[in-house]
Design a protein around this ligand. Structure first.
Ligand code: ADP
Length: 501
């Protein structure tokens, strides 16, 4: 009998598939690494068939190779992917060019300005619940219209990575509302539906909208032949990778916040109300009627990586991190007067300042490598607190934080963040990531699980509680952190412009 749940996540550098039972037990996983094309500075692309669809086939073939499972064992599946992307399709549903990736592709900066001039930044904000940024898809559509008019003339549909793969599986064009929220100015945050208020695009070119746990369609005979799945297997609408990661750790109820410690930091807070904020991202949630507020810092794990390769270049990554975190732990809270702004590649939320840069203030001759590393961890923690304060300004209650990502391997870093923010953080039992959330979505669409079963699939394994003893030190540091940015901003912008000249 078909009882197993298949989840597939397409990431920036690899895709991962998991096969799970309806109780959340992991049976098999498979990872397929892939590349990222950076054909020009500021461009980031991937081939929809050569990478995304190829990976789905490879994962299905590997997980369902008959040893012991086959496609006949799969009750349902769901796919998540990097996003929002722009994937233009011709009338036959074939991609016309490589997919233009999410916010790391910054080619449409001029088009953001053009759209704001054309429609008015305030009107766009009112309808979308957030401002245009490199994450928005509308400016990328305008970029194609301006720079690739011949291809655009042949474009019959626009979609995103997860929706493209789901289309290859089912023949249905469907997009989850969370991803669609970034298709500004085509999505109305108030109604959570497509809008043609701006007359920007024929809405017939867009996929139908759905919630992540709804049915997108069923596997077609052709897709069944390619993947080894059974024709007729239900496929859920799916999600963008970060949302599936939040689902995977049970951050799905109002007041739950997922905090991702990756190369960058990413926040998803679940709520029920629309709460527009000029420097956060207001998006639809995974499940019917839900809203999310999302936020992201530009340089968190990337900063720890930079320090590791700069301070301990001869040592393996594992050993270097072990030494640096140990040395940082020996330095007292507040880093003996050293304060760091972590904006090494500009900052996303809440300051939204691409020209911001790192600042190290208060250095003296007694400071050590451990001080530098601790100051970086504290600077990132202060940036996290800054984002949490922005959430609170909205009156959005944070009931609990679930921490995920590579950085959670360090207890010291987690402790510093809890101490600075004053908020406890939960660590999940299963840390496999978005593909596990996709398997859960597959369970929902197939009726094998109920929403609250995720707490049984992935209960918290540990809580990092804040130490109230150091709170006064960090309260003072937070004020200094804010002031240091305000008081150095102009000169740092100037220096950013001078770099490389
Ligand atoms: P990505 O966003 O690229 O998927 P990951 O979730 O894998 O990133 O997290 C990568 C980050 O994890 C690194 O930038 C670093 O901050 C942290 N990290 C990696 N190895 C360790 C380690 N051994 N100890 C603590 N933190 C680590």
């Amino acid at each position: 009998m078909s009882t197993l749940l298949l989840g597939i996540d397409i990431g920036t550098y690899s895709s991962k598939g998991v096969l799970a039972t309806p109780d959340g037990e992991l049976l098999r996983t498979h990872v397929v690494p892939h590349g990222l094309d950076l054909p020009h500075p500021g461009w980031a692309e991937q081939d929809p068939d050569g990478v995304w669809w190829h990976d789905v086939i490879a994962i299905c073939r590997a997980l369902l190779d008959g040893e012991p499972y086959t496609g006949a064992d799969v009750a349902a599946l769901a796919v998540s992917a990097i996003g929002p992307c722009l994937v233009p399709l011709d009338a036959g549903g074939r991609p016309l060019r490589p997919g233009i990736l999410y916010g790391i592709d910054t080619r449409a900066t001029e088009e953001i300005q053009l759209l704001e001039d054309r429609y008015g930044a305030e009107r766009i904000f009112r309808d979308a619940g957030m401002n245009l940024s490199s994450q928005a898809v509308g400016p990328k559509i305008l970029w194609m219209q301006r720079h690739e008019p011949d291809l655009w003339a042949r474009t019959a549909r626009v979609t995103t990575a997860s929706s493209y793969v789901t289309f290859r599986l089912t023949g249905e064009h469907v997009m989850d509302r969370h991803t669609a929220s970034y298709f500004i100015p085509l999505f109305d945050a108030r109604t959570q539906e497509w809008t043609d208020a701006f007359g920007f695009l024929d809405l017939g070119m867009l996929p139908r909208l759905g919630w992540s746990d709804e049915l997108a369609g069923t596997v077609t005979p052709e897709a069944a032949m390619q993947t080894g799945l059974r024709a007729g297997t239900p496929v859920a609408v799916g999600a963008v990778d970060a949302l599936s990661e939040a689902i995977s750790v049970g951050a799905v109820e109002s007041g739950d916040l997922m905090l991702m410690y990756g190369t960058t930091a990413f926040f998803i807070l679940v709520g029920q109300e629309l709460t527009p904020h000029p420097s956060l991202w207001n998006v639809s949630g995974a499940y019917d009627g839900q809203r999310n507020i999302a936020a992201g810092m530009a340089t968190t794990g990337a900063l720890t990586q930079w320090l590791r390769t700069t301070l301990l270049p001869e040592v393996s990554e594992e050993e270097a991190f072990a030494r640096l975190f140990e040395e940082a732990a020996a330095v007292p809270a507040g880093s003996d007067g050293l304060l760091l702004l972590p904006y090494f590649s500009g900052e996303r939320t809440p300051i939204q300042d691409p020209q911001a840069r790192g600042v190290l203030a208060g250095l003296n001759l007694t400071h050590t490598r451990g001080h530098l590393f601790r100051a970086a961890l504290e600077g990132i923690g202060l940036g996290i607190r800054h984002n949490l304060e922005a959430f609170r300004e909205l009156g959005a209650p944070i009931q609990r934080i679930v921490a995920v990502g590579g950085g959670t391997r360090s207890r010291e870093w987690l402790q510093i963040v809890s101490d600075i923010t004053g908020v406890p953080q939960l660590l999940p039992t299963v840390t496999i990531g978005a593909s596990y959330g996709d398997a859960f979505l597959a369970g929902l669409v197939g009726g094998a699980v109920r929403r609250d079963d995720i707490q049984r699939w992935n209960p918290p394994r540990e809580t990092i509680a804040p130490n109230p003893g150091v709170r006064p030190i960090y309260d003072a540091r937070f004020g200094e952190y804010r002031a240091l940015y305000d008081q150095t901003r102009d000169i740092v912008h100037h220096l950013a412009g001078a770099a490389g000249r």
